[in-house]
Design a binder for this molecule. Structure first.
Ligand code: NDP
Length: 286
């Protein structure tokens, strides 16, 4: 039987409705949730992502402040802006769109975002808290993936979850979240041997590699839940995931599409992190 498609847009709409309700509660208590988005340079993909985030804020009632800086911006100038946003009590979340130009040390910029305003969940404090299972802002992409897996009704306890990719923003935190949900987790990367064999034993397979069609149909275990994080611009000019969608759909029980899968969920989780940040900074329980 062909896989059931996990509708990222519909799930994202539900999460954004939650964020909108939280936002309305906060506004009624005199707090206008506000996200500052900083974009350095002209990277076309980053511009699309920022536009999407700003639109989502508008849909949820969150105020967004866009700071667009030229490619030539110095690290000191960017750090000064982050410092001003950090000190502004009307700003609850700060998002610096990655990647930054090569002359800027991205980690230094992320380190300058106070943990309580780090709604991307990338700062060392939030990463550490996540590892320890303490309250924190979860990074939006893996948090969205987990929500998508949960939406299938799959019980993760004791199941084998395979994450292909070990980046700090997707693969590693995804593995940690699956581990926290009691899955048995294998993390694969470019040096992994017998990758196909490992993937074939996955009850849950998360692909975050950045290569179109990298996960072929034979790598998918029949009945698996397959989450495709990849966003790749194909030779046809369209967006494609890391998974060979048509082939995987013949084997998997559940599968996310690209586009319309993990992308919208990532943005929706950002909205939730922003309303939570606004609530926490004002001592309000949602
Ligand atoms: P990175 O390039 O940072 O990481 C890619 C990972 O894939 C690395 O860990 C790398 O291994 C691994 N890899 C590369 N080649 C192979 C291989 N042959 N076999 C096994 N593993 C391999 O990418 P990101 O994690 O930032 O992003 C991954 C994809 O997800 C991209 O397409 C990106 O655009 C997309 N993305 C989508 C988001 C969304 O909202 N939907 C959000 C963020 C990213 P190694 O560490 O050994 O180099």
């Amino acid at each position: 039987m062909p896989a059931q498609i996990i509708d990222g847009k519909a799930l994202a709409a539900a999460v954004k409705a939650e964020a909108a309700a939280e936002c309305a509660t906060l506004i009624a208590r005199g707090v206008q949730p506000c996200l500052a988005v900083v974009l350095v340079g002209e990277d076309p993909a980053s511009q699309v992502y920022v536009k999407g985030k700003v639109n989502d804020c508008a849909q949820c009632g969150i105020k967004s402040l866009e700071h667009r800086l030229p490619e030539s911006t110095t690290q000191d100038r960017l750090l000064a802006l982050v410092g001003r946003l950090a000190a502004d009590p009307a700003v609850h979340g700060i998002l610096v769109q990655l990647p930054l130009p090569a002359h800027i040390d991205g980690q230094a910029v992320i380190n300058a975002i106070p943990p309580e305003k780090d709604v991307d969940g990338f700062s060392p404090v939030n990463v550490g808290r996540m590892q320890l299972g303490q309250p924190c802002y979860l990074p939006c992409t893996p948090a969205g993936c987990l929500r998508m897996i949960e939406s299938t009704g799959t019980d993760l306890c004791g199941r084998h979850a395979v994450v292909v990719g070990r980046s700090n923003i997707v693969g590693k935190p995804m593995a940690m979240l699956l581990l926290a949900a009691d899955a048995t987790v294998t993390v694969c990367h470019s040096k992994t041997q017998n990758l196909a064999e490992i993937c074939q034993s996955a009850d849950i397979l998360v692909a975050a590699v950045g290569r179109q069609g990298f996960i072929t149909g034979d790598m998918v275990r029949p009945g698996a839940v397959v989450i495709d994080v990849g966003i790749n611009r194909g030779a046809d000019g369209k967006l494609h995931g890391d998974v060979d969608f048509a082939a995987a759909a013949e084997k998997a029980a559940f599968l996310t599409p690209v586009p319309g899968g993990v992308g919208p969920m990532t943005r929706a989780m950002l909205m939730k992190n922003t309303t939570r940040a606004a609530a926490r900074q004002n001592g309000i329980e949602l």
